[in-house]
Design a protein. Sequence first.
Lengths: 183, 183
Amino acid sequence: MKKETLCLGLLSLGPRSGYEIKQMFEGPLSDFYSLSFGTIYPTLNNLQSNKYVSCKQHTQSKKPDKKVYTITNKGLDLMKSNLLSDAAEYIRSGNFGDQIKSEFFLLVLFSKYLPNEMLDTVMNERVLYLKQKLEQFKYDGPIPSELAALRKEKSIKFIRGLASTLFETGIRYVEKNRYLLKE
Amino acid sequence: MKKETLCLGLLSLGPRSGYEIKQMFEGPLSDFYSLSFGTIYPTLNNLQSNKYVSCKQHTQSKKPDKKVYTITNKGLDLMKSNLLSDAAEYIRSGNFGDQIKSEFFLLVLFSKYLPNEMLDTVMNERVLYLKQKLEQFKYDGPIPSELAALRKEKSIKFIRGLASTLFETGIRYVEKNRYLLKE
DNA sequence: ATTATATATATCAGCCTGATATAGATACGT
DNA sequence: ACGTATCTATATCAGGCTGATATATATAAT
Protein backbone atom coordinates (compact mmCIF):
# COMPACT_ATOMS: atom_id res chain seq x y z
CA MET A 1 0.00 0.00 0.00
CA LYS A 2 1.27 3.43 -0.91
CA LYS A 3 2.33 5.55 2.06
CA GLU A 4 -0.06 8.30 0.92
CA THR A 5 -3.03 5.91 1.01
CA LEU A 6 -2.02 4.73 4.45
CA CYS A 7 -1.56 8.21 5.95
CA LEU A 8 -4.84 9.40 4.43
CA GLY A 9 -6.54 6.26 5.71
CA LEU A 10 -5.36 6.88 9.25
CA LEU A 11 -6.39 10.54 9.03
CA SER A 12 -9.83 9.38 7.85
CA LEU A 13 -10.26 7.89 11.34
CA GLY A 14 -9.82 11.35 12.84
CA PRO A 15 -7.48 14.40 12.75
CA ARG A 16 -3.96 13.66 13.97
CA SER A 17 -0.41 14.98 14.05
CA GLY A 18 2.55 13.17 12.50
CA TYR A 19 3.74 12.27 15.96
CA GLU A 20 0.37 10.71 16.77
CA ILE A 21 0.39 8.72 13.53
CA LYS A 22 3.77 7.34 14.51
CA GLN A 23 2.32 6.42 17.93
CA MET A 24 -0.37 4.37 16.19
CA PHE A 25 2.32 2.45 14.32
CA GLU A 26 4.12 1.79 17.58
CA GLY A 27 0.96 0.90 19.49
CA PRO A 28 -2.07 -0.94 18.10
CA LEU A 29 -0.77 -1.17 14.52
CA SER A 30 2.69 -2.42 15.43
CA ASP A 31 1.83 -6.03 14.59
CA PHE A 32 0.57 -5.18 11.12
CA TYR A 33 2.57 -2.34 9.66
CA SER A 34 4.93 0.53 10.42
CA LEU A 35 6.28 3.72 8.91
CA SER A 36 9.15 5.84 10.25
CA PHE A 37 9.19 9.59 10.93
CA GLY A 38 11.40 9.97 7.90
CA THR A 39 8.48 8.75 5.80
CA ILE A 40 5.53 10.19 7.73
CA TYR A 41 6.55 13.86 7.93
CA PRO A 42 7.51 14.32 4.27
CA THR A 43 4.35 12.45 3.21
CA LEU A 44 2.15 14.73 5.31
CA ASN A 45 3.90 17.83 3.92
CA ASN A 46 3.39 16.54 0.41
CA LEU A 47 -0.29 15.73 1.04
CA GLN A 48 -0.79 19.20 2.50
CA SER A 49 0.79 21.06 -0.40
CA ASN A 50 -1.55 19.17 -2.73
CA LYS A 51 -4.61 19.99 -0.57
CA TYR A 52 -5.37 16.39 0.34
CA VAL A 53 -5.12 17.37 4.00
CA SER A 54 -5.45 20.67 5.86
CA CYS A 55 -3.22 21.63 8.77
CA LYS A 56 -3.99 23.49 11.99
CA GLN A 57 -0.96 24.71 13.88
CA HIS A 58 -1.61 24.37 17.63
CA THR A 59 0.83 26.78 19.24
CA GLN A 60 1.15 24.98 22.54
CA SER A 61 2.44 27.14 25.34
CA LYS A 62 6.16 26.32 25.49
CA LYS A 63 5.97 22.95 23.69
CA PRO A 64 6.89 22.82 20.00
CA ASP A 65 4.03 23.58 17.63
CA LYS A 66 1.70 20.66 17.07
CA LYS A 67 0.56 20.35 13.47
CA VAL A 68 -2.79 18.59 13.42
CA TYR A 69 -3.78 17.33 9.99
CA THR A 70 -7.37 16.85 8.83
CA ILE A 71 -8.29 14.97 5.66
CA THR A 72 -10.11 17.06 3.03
CA ASN A 73 -12.85 15.88 0.67
CA LYS A 74 -10.26 15.84 -2.09
CA GLY A 75 -8.09 13.67 0.17
CA LEU A 76 -10.97 11.31 0.91
CA ASP A 77 -11.52 10.87 -2.81
CA LEU A 78 -7.83 10.17 -3.39
CA MET A 79 -7.77 7.66 -0.55
CA LYS A 80 -10.76 5.71 -1.88
CA SER A 81 -9.36 5.65 -5.38
CA ASN A 82 -5.86 4.70 -4.17
CA LEU A 83 -7.31 1.99 -1.95
CA LEU A 84 -8.96 0.39 -4.93
CA SER A 85 -5.80 0.45 -7.04
CA ASP A 86 -3.71 -0.78 -4.10
CA ALA A 87 -6.12 -3.71 -3.64
CA ALA A 88 -6.02 -4.43 -7.37
CA GLU A 89 -2.22 -4.44 -7.20
CA TYR A 90 -2.37 -6.83 -4.23
CA ILE A 91 -4.48 -9.23 -6.31
CA ARG A 92 -2.41 -8.76 -9.45
CA SER A 93 0.88 -9.40 -7.66
CA GLY A 94 -0.21 -12.85 -6.51
CA ASN A 95 1.65 -12.17 -3.29
CA PHE A 96 -0.99 -12.78 -0.61
CA GLY A 97 1.30 -13.40 2.34
CA ASP A 98 2.72 -10.78 4.67
CA GLN A 99 6.21 -9.35 4.58
CA ILE A 100 7.72 -10.58 7.83
CA LYS A 101 11.10 -10.31 9.50
CA SER A 102 11.01 -12.39 12.64
CA GLU A 103 14.12 -12.39 14.76
CA PHE A 104 12.39 -14.86 17.08
CA PHE A 105 11.89 -17.50 14.38
CA LEU A 106 15.48 -17.22 13.22
CA LEU A 107 16.74 -17.69 16.78
CA VAL A 108 14.51 -20.77 17.11
CA LEU A 109 15.70 -22.07 13.74
CA PHE A 110 19.31 -21.94 14.89
CA SER A 111 18.54 -22.76 18.53
CA LYS A 112 20.78 -25.83 18.30
CA TYR A 113 23.75 -23.47 18.47
CA LEU A 114 22.37 -21.30 21.28
CA PRO A 115 23.22 -21.95 24.96
CA ASN A 116 20.14 -23.34 26.77
CA GLU A 117 20.17 -20.38 29.14
CA MET A 118 19.89 -17.88 26.30
CA LEU A 119 17.19 -19.92 24.59
CA ASP A 120 15.18 -19.91 27.82
CA THR A 121 15.46 -16.15 28.09
CA VAL A 122 14.37 -15.71 24.47
CA MET A 123 11.36 -17.99 25.02
CA ASN A 124 10.36 -16.35 28.30
CA GLU A 125 10.51 -12.84 26.86
CA ARG A 126 8.60 -13.88 23.76
CA VAL A 127 5.78 -15.46 25.77
CA LEU A 128 5.65 -12.44 28.08
CA TYR A 129 5.43 -10.16 25.07
CA LEU A 130 2.65 -12.21 23.48
CA LYS A 131 0.67 -12.20 26.73
CA GLN A 132 0.93 -8.42 27.06
CA LYS A 133 -0.16 -7.99 23.46
CA LEU A 134 -3.06 -10.38 24.00
CA GLU A 135 -4.26 -8.36 26.99
CA GLN A 136 -4.14 -5.17 24.94
CA PHE A 137 -6.21 -6.72 22.18
CA LYS A 138 -8.75 -8.39 24.46
CA TYR A 139 -9.15 -5.57 26.99
CA ASP A 140 -12.68 -4.22 26.76
CA GLY A 141 -12.79 -1.62 29.55
CA PRO A 142 -12.95 2.19 29.30
CA ILE A 143 -10.43 3.98 27.08
CA PRO A 144 -9.86 7.52 25.72
CA SER A 145 -12.91 8.82 23.86
CA GLU A 146 -11.61 8.66 20.33
CA LEU A 147 -10.36 5.08 20.56
CA ALA A 148 -13.76 4.05 21.97
CA ALA A 149 -15.42 5.23 18.74
CA LEU A 150 -12.91 3.26 16.68
CA ARG A 151 -13.71 0.10 18.62
CA LYS A 152 -17.20 0.03 17.22
CA GLU A 153 -15.88 -0.11 13.67
CA LYS A 154 -16.51 -3.52 12.08
CA SER A 155 -12.96 -3.74 10.74
CA ILE A 156 -11.44 -3.06 14.18
CA LYS A 157 -13.63 -5.74 15.76
CA PHE A 158 -12.58 -8.22 13.10
CA ILE A 159 -8.88 -7.42 13.51
CA ARG A 160 -8.97 -7.46 17.32
CA GLY A 161 -10.70 -10.84 17.25
CA LEU A 162 -8.22 -12.29 14.77
CA ALA A 163 -5.20 -10.91 16.63
CA SER A 164 -6.52 -12.28 19.94
CA THR A 165 -7.04 -15.80 18.60
CA LEU A 166 -3.65 -15.83 16.90
CA PHE A 167 -1.84 -14.61 20.01
CA GLU A 168 -3.68 -17.15 22.18
CA THR A 169 -2.78 -19.95 19.79
CA GLY A 170 0.85 -18.81 19.68
CA ILE A 171 1.18 -18.62 23.45
CA ARG A 172 -0.42 -22.03 23.99
CA TYR A 173 1.83 -23.66 21.39
CA VAL A 174 5.08 -22.17 22.67
CA GLU A 175 4.28 -23.02 26.30
CA LYS A 176 3.35 -26.57 25.39
CA ASN A 177 6.17 -27.33 22.95
CA ARG A 178 9.20 -25.28 23.95
CA TYR A 179 10.65 -28.32 25.70
CA LEU A 180 10.96 -29.96 22.24
CA LEU A 181 13.88 -27.66 21.41
CA LYS A 182 16.02 -29.18 24.12
CA GLU A 183 16.53 -32.92 24.04
CA MET B 1 20.03 -10.78 13.01
CA LYS B 2 23.03 -9.83 10.94
CA LYS B 3 22.91 -10.99 7.32
CA GLU B 4 26.26 -12.76 7.82
CA THR B 5 24.87 -14.81 10.72
CA LEU B 6 21.82 -15.73 8.70
CA CYS B 7 23.73 -16.80 5.58
CA LEU B 8 26.22 -18.79 7.65
CA GLY B 9 23.32 -20.35 9.55
CA LEU B 10 21.64 -21.51 6.36
CA LEU B 11 24.94 -22.85 5.02
CA SER B 12 25.37 -24.75 8.29
CA LEU B 13 22.34 -26.80 7.19
CA GLY B 14 24.25 -27.90 4.10
CA PRO B 15 26.26 -26.47 1.16
CA ARG B 16 24.28 -24.19 -1.12
CA SER B 17 24.54 -21.59 -3.87
CA GLY B 18 23.32 -18.01 -3.52
CA TYR B 19 20.44 -18.84 -5.80
CA GLU B 20 19.42 -21.75 -3.59
CA ILE B 21 19.59 -19.57 -0.47
CA LYS B 22 17.22 -17.16 -2.18
CA GLN B 23 14.92 -20.08 -2.99
CA MET B 24 14.76 -20.95 0.71
CA PHE B 25 13.67 -17.38 1.46
CA GLU B 26 10.96 -17.64 -1.17
CA GLY B 27 9.87 -21.12 -0.12
CA PRO B 28 9.79 -22.49 3.43
CA LEU B 29 11.27 -19.36 5.06
CA SER B 30 9.03 -16.86 3.29
CA ASP B 31 6.75 -16.46 6.30
CA PHE B 32 9.60 -15.68 8.68
CA TYR B 33 12.30 -13.72 6.90
CA SER B 34 13.71 -12.75 3.54
CA LEU B 35 16.84 -11.35 1.94
CA SER B 36 17.23 -10.15 -1.65
CA PHE B 37 19.87 -11.14 -4.20
CA GLY B 38 21.40 -7.72 -3.74
CA THR B 39 22.17 -8.68 -0.15
CA ILE B 40 22.88 -12.41 -0.55
CA TYR B 41 25.52 -12.32 -3.28
CA PRO B 42 27.72 -9.55 -1.81
CA THR B 43 27.44 -11.19 1.64
CA LEU B 44 28.61 -14.55 0.28
CA ASN B 45 31.51 -12.88 -1.55
CA ASN B 46 32.49 -11.10 1.63
CA LEU B 47 32.25 -14.27 3.71
CA GLN B 48 34.36 -16.09 1.15
CA SER B 49 37.14 -13.50 1.02
CA ASN B 50 37.38 -13.77 4.81
CA LYS B 51 37.50 -17.60 4.70
CA TYR B 52 34.24 -18.11 6.57
CA VAL B 53 32.98 -20.14 3.60
CA SER B 54 34.69 -22.01 0.80
CA CYS B 55 33.42 -22.02 -2.76
CA LYS B 56 33.34 -24.78 -5.38
CA GLN B 57 32.66 -23.62 -8.89
CA HIS B 58 30.45 -26.20 -10.63
CA THR B 59 30.99 -25.60 -14.32
CA GLN B 60 27.66 -26.98 -15.45
CA SER B 61 27.59 -28.00 -19.06
CA LYS B 62 26.08 -25.03 -20.81
CA LYS B 63 24.40 -23.46 -17.77
CA PRO B 64 26.10 -20.54 -15.98
CA ASP B 65 28.62 -21.54 -13.34
CA LYS B 66 27.06 -22.58 -10.08
CA LYS B 67 29.00 -21.40 -7.04
CA VAL B 68 28.33 -23.79 -4.19
CA TYR B 69 29.39 -22.42 -0.81
CA THR B 70 30.38 -24.59 2.15
CA ILE B 71 30.77 -23.22 5.67
CA THR B 72 34.30 -23.58 7.14
CA ASN B 73 35.19 -24.26 10.77
CA LYS B 74 36.13 -20.60 11.08
CA GLY B 75 32.69 -19.76 9.69
CA LEU B 76 30.96 -22.09 12.13
CA ASP B 77 32.76 -20.36 14.98
CA LEU B 78 31.75 -16.94 13.72
CA MET B 79 28.15 -18.05 13.32
CA LYS B 80 27.92 -19.39 16.89
CA SER B 81 29.49 -16.27 18.32
CA ASN B 82 27.32 -13.97 16.17
CA LEU B 83 24.21 -15.94 17.10
CA LEU B 84 24.89 -15.31 20.77
CA SER B 85 25.43 -11.57 20.30
CA ASP B 86 22.39 -11.33 18.02
CA ALA B 87 20.27 -13.03 20.69
CA ALA B 88 21.71 -10.73 23.36
CA GLU B 89 20.82 -7.75 21.16
CA TYR B 90 17.27 -9.14 20.74
CA ILE B 91 16.90 -9.27 24.53
CA ARG B 92 18.58 -5.90 25.09
CA SER B 93 16.39 -4.13 22.51
CA GLY B 94 13.20 -5.10 24.35
CA ASN B 95 11.60 -5.53 20.94
CA PHE B 96 10.18 -9.06 21.06
CA GLY B 97 7.59 -8.76 18.34
CA ASP B 98 8.16 -9.35 14.64
CA GLN B 99 8.64 -6.73 11.98
CA ILE B 100 5.55 -7.10 9.84
CA LYS B 101 4.16 -5.34 6.79
CA SER B 102 0.76 -6.82 6.07
CA GLU B 103 -1.04 -5.51 3.03
CA PHE B 104 -3.95 -7.77 3.93
CA PHE B 105 -4.51 -6.21 7.36
CA LEU B 106 -4.38 -2.69 5.95
CA LEU B 107 -6.98 -3.59 3.32
CA VAL B 108 -9.20 -5.05 6.07
CA LEU B 109 -8.64 -1.97 8.25
CA PHE B 110 -9.92 0.28 5.47
CA SER B 111 -12.42 -2.24 4.10
CA LYS B 112 -15.24 0.23 4.75
CA TYR B 113 -14.05 2.14 1.69
CA LEU B 114 -13.57 -0.93 -0.51
CA PRO B 115 -16.28 -2.18 -2.88
CA ASN B 116 -17.74 -5.46 -1.55
CA GLU B 117 -16.68 -7.25 -4.69
CA MET B 118 -13.03 -6.31 -4.20
CA LEU B 119 -13.18 -7.21 -0.51
CA ASP B 120 -14.53 -10.65 -1.42
CA THR B 121 -11.68 -11.23 -3.86
CA VAL B 122 -9.12 -10.16 -1.27
CA MET B 123 -10.64 -12.52 1.32
CA ASN B 124 -10.90 -15.44 -1.09
CA GLU B 125 -7.31 -15.11 -2.24
CA ARG B 126 -6.06 -14.76 1.32
CA VAL B 127 -7.84 -17.90 2.49
CA LEU B 128 -6.65 -19.80 -0.56
CA TYR B 129 -3.09 -18.69 0.13
CA LEU B 130 -3.29 -19.71 3.79
CA LYS B 131 -4.67 -23.13 2.86
CA GLN B 132 -1.85 -23.75 0.39
CA LYS B 133 0.72 -22.70 2.98
CA LEU B 134 -0.92 -24.94 5.57
CA GLU B 135 -0.67 -27.92 3.24
CA GLN B 136 3.02 -27.22 2.67
CA PHE B 137 3.70 -27.12 6.39
CA LYS B 138 1.62 -30.16 7.28
CA TYR B 139 2.62 -32.37 4.36
CA ASP B 140 4.55 -35.35 5.67
CA GLY B 141 5.15 -37.43 2.57
CA PRO B 142 8.37 -38.08 0.64
CA ILE B 143 10.56 -35.11 -0.32
CA PRO B 144 14.05 -34.51 -1.76
CA SER B 145 16.79 -36.15 0.33
CA GLU B 146 18.31 -33.08 1.89
CA LEU B 147 15.01 -31.61 3.06
CA ALA B 148 14.10 -34.97 4.63
CA ALA B 149 17.16 -34.72 6.88
CA LEU B 150 16.20 -31.19 7.90
CA ARG B 151 12.73 -32.36 8.90
CA LYS B 152 14.16 -34.40 11.72
CA GLU B 153 15.73 -31.30 13.29
CA LYS B 154 13.99 -30.33 16.52
CA SER B 155 13.79 -26.67 15.53
CA ILE B 156 12.16 -27.49 12.20
CA LYS B 157 9.57 -29.69 13.90
CA PHE B 158 8.80 -26.91 16.37
CA ILE B 159 8.46 -24.30 13.63
CA ARG B 160 6.35 -26.50 11.34
CA GLY B 161 4.02 -27.27 14.23
CA LEU B 162 3.68 -23.62 15.22
CA ALA B 163 3.14 -22.45 11.64
CA SER B 164 0.50 -25.14 11.06
CA THR B 165 -1.52 -24.21 14.15
CA LEU B 166 -1.32 -20.50 13.37
CA PHE B 167 -2.40 -21.00 9.76
CA GLU B 168 -5.26 -23.26 10.84
CA THR B 169 -6.41 -20.70 13.40
CA GLY B 170 -6.18 -17.90 10.84
CA ILE B 171 -8.15 -19.79 8.21
CA ARG B 172 -10.89 -20.79 10.67
CA TYR B 173 -11.25 -17.23 11.96
CA VAL B 174 -11.43 -15.59 8.55
CA GLU B 175 -13.93 -18.12 7.21
CA LYS B 176 -16.12 -17.75 10.30
CA ASN B 177 -15.99 -13.96 10.67
CA ARG B 178 -15.50 -12.41 7.25
CA TYR B 179 -19.23 -11.70 7.07
CA LEU B 180 -18.73 -9.23 9.96
CA LEU B 181 -17.00 -6.80 7.61
CA LYS B 182 -20.18 -6.30 5.60
CA GLU B 183 -23.29 -5.18 7.44
C1' DA C 1 19.57 19.11 41.48
C1' DT C 2 20.16 16.00 37.93
C1' DT C 3 18.83 12.53 34.95
C1' DA C 4 15.64 10.22 32.14
C1' DT C 5 11.59 10.11 29.56
C1' DA C 6 7.92 12.23 26.79
C1' DT C 7 6.24 15.61 23.37
C1' DA C 8 7.07 17.34 18.72
C1' DT C 9 9.12 18.15 14.13
C1' DA C 10 12.75 17.52 10.89
C1' DT C 11 16.75 15.69 8.25
C1' DC C 12 19.95 12.36 6.32
C1' DA C 13 23.65 8.61 5.74
C1' DG C 14 23.62 4.23 4.65
C1' DC C 15 21.46 -0.10 3.87
C1' DC C 16 18.27 -2.95 1.46
C1' DT C 17 14.94 -3.98 -1.93
C1' DG C 18 12.97 -4.43 -6.45
C1' DA C 19 14.22 -3.94 -10.97
C1' DT C 20 17.13 -4.81 -14.56
C1' DA C 21 21.01 -7.04 -17.32
C1' DT C 22 22.99 -11.19 -19.14
C1' DA C 23 22.73 -15.83 -20.99
C1' DG C 24 21.78 -20.51 -21.99
C1' DA C 25 18.13 -24.42 -20.87
C1' DT C 26 13.92 -26.30 -20.79
C1' DA C 27 8.99 -26.61 -21.17
C1' DC C 28 4.80 -25.43 -23.65
C1' DG C 29 1.49 -24.36 -26.92
C1' DT C 30 0.09 -24.31 -31.86
C1' DA D 1 9.26 -26.91 -35.90
C1' DC D 2 9.11 -22.42 -34.01
C1' DG D 3 8.29 -18.75 -31.09
C1' DT D 4 7.49 -17.74 -26.21
C1' DA D 5 7.63 -18.07 -21.50
C1' DT D 6 9.66 -19.73 -17.47
C1' DC D 7 13.69 -21.55 -14.94
C1' DT D 8 18.56 -21.63 -13.59
C1' DA D 9 22.30 -18.57 -12.16
C1' DT D 10 25.04 -14.49 -10.94
C1' DA D 11 25.55 -9.61 -10.58
C1' DT D 12 24.73 -4.58 -10.12
C1' DC D 13 22.40 -0.31 -8.88
C1' DA D 14 18.96 3.65 -8.39
C1' DG D 15 15.95 4.98 -5.31
C1' DG D 16 13.30 4.48 -1.06
C1' DC D 17 13.02 3.66 3.67
C1' DT D 18 14.77 3.09 8.27
C1' DG D 19 17.26 4.14 12.38
C1' DA D 20 19.89 7.58 14.22
C1' DT D 21 20.54 12.08 15.28
C1' DA D 22 19.49 17.18 16.08
C1' DT D 23 16.73 20.58 18.44
C1' DA D 24 13.90 22.36 22.23
C1' DT D 25 10.89 22.22 26.25
C1' DA D 26 8.09 19.70 29.98
C1' DT D 27 7.55 16.51 33.33
C1' DA D 28 8.55 12.54 36.13
C1' DA D 29 11.80 10.05 38.63
C1' DT D 30 16.01 9.56 41.66
